[in-house]
Design a protein around this ligand. Structure first.
Ligand code: DAH
Length: 347
């Protein structure tokens, strides 16, 4: 009996001690420590539960009930303190870390396509509609492919037009134009007809200036078949110019010279900045040169494995940066590879 009363008294002390200790727990971590100490496995109140076996049958429910009440009271006290502490922490952070919800958000910067990539994709889309297939060939070429087989033999004066980066391996170089791809494609397709576009970067060992870079893109066109005429060349290029520059754009072909075409020509479009009146972009001419072209030279056809007495074809080559420059009135070609975001962001 005394023993039983003793347990009841102990429960009162346990509760009083625990509640007193709780008053000093002022933050989350000391609350968690308190919880382990007063409600954990080896907490005093839990100890009472495990001692119920020692108590007489009659007293057991009374003490058990009281122990439960104490445990529940401690749990409730813990919850109250915990909520208070959390609330206080929130209030503290709200007052110390002031958030001005009226400030405008920081804009996310979006990546975007390089202006040359945009122009290239436009050219691809137009050419795809016209039935041209994209054909990619290598940037590192042989001297033979880049010059010899497109009818520019060693010591030919036209080689001056293609100042070259030579590799340490003799006879290997960075292509100076996309034209060597013509021979590679012909050797692959031969004897089938061909209608392809050869895009890619070209390299020239030049003094870098506002007007010339050591790397730039070209897109080359090549068709080979049995009855291809200069009329096909003219019609196709006019169609291309209208799709690229607008339905009403006027074009003209001027005679020119390229070693790999005969006859050769250059195509101009009416200046789309001034409409042909003459402005700084077209240097007062009213016309902009956009590509070189011609009928594939019999020697080049032969080098590709096509009999020039049976087959004919036309070719054309255009500079992609040049198109971009004219479109966007960019005054310096060096911007393209300068990686200045202030330039790139404008497209
Ligand atoms: N390969 C010439 C160059 O780099 C461009 C060119 C002109 C390509 C006329 C052609 C063409 O296919 O017919 O300047």
């Amino acid at each position: 009996m005394t023993d039983d009363n003793n347990l009841l008294r102990q429960l009162e002390t346990i509760q009083a001690d625990a509640l007193k200790a709780l008053e000093t727990a002022a933050d989350e971590s000391s609350l968690q420590t308190w919880r382990t100490a007063y409600l954990g496995r080896s907490a005093p109140v839990m100890n009472i539960f495990s001692r119920l076996g020692e108590v007489s049958k009659e007293e057991r429910p009374i003490i058990g009930q009281r122990a439960n009440q104490v445990k529940q009271a401690l749990e409730a006290a813990f919850e109250t303190s915990f909520t208070t502490v959390k609330e206080a922490a929130l209030q503290h952070s709200l007052t110390t870390q002031k958030l001005d919800v009226t400030l405008p958000g920081r804009p996310q910067s979006h990546g975007r396509l390089h202006p040359v990539t945009q122009t290239l994709r436009e050219i691809y889309a137009v050419l795809a509609e016209m039935g041209f297939q994209i054909y990619r060939t290598r940037d590192v070429e042989t001297d033979e492919m880049n010059f010899e087989l497109v009818n520019i033999p060693a010591h030919h004066p036209a080689r001056d037009m293609w100042d070259t980066f030579h590799m340490t391996t003799p006879g290997v170089l960075l292509r100076t134009h996309t034209s060597p791809g013509q021979v590679r494609a012909m050797r692959q397709y031969n004897p089938d007809p061909i209608r392809i576009a050869l895009p890619g970067m070209c390299y020239r060992y030049e003094q870098i200036s506002a007007r010339s870079e050591i790397q730039f893109h070209q897109v080359e066109l090549l068709t080979v078949g049995r009855n291809i005429t200069f009329g096909d060349l003219k019609g196709t290029l006019e169609d291309f110019a209208r799709r690229m520059y607008g339905d009403n754009v006027r074009t003209r072909l001027r005679p020119s010279y390229f070693p790999f075409t005969e006859p050769s020509a250059e195509m101009d479009v009416e200046c789309f900045v001034c409409g042909g009146k003459g402005c700084p972009i077209c240097k007062g001419a009213g016309w902009l040169e956009i590509l070189g072209c011609g009928m594939v030279h019999p020697t080049v056809l032969k080098n590709g494995g096509y009999d020039p007495t049976v087959y004919s074809g036309y070719a054309a080559g255009m500079g992609v940066e040049r198109i971009s420059i004219l479109r966007h009135k960019i005054e310096d070609i060096r911007y393209f590879w300068g990686n200045d975001v202030r330039f790139l962001e404008q497209f």
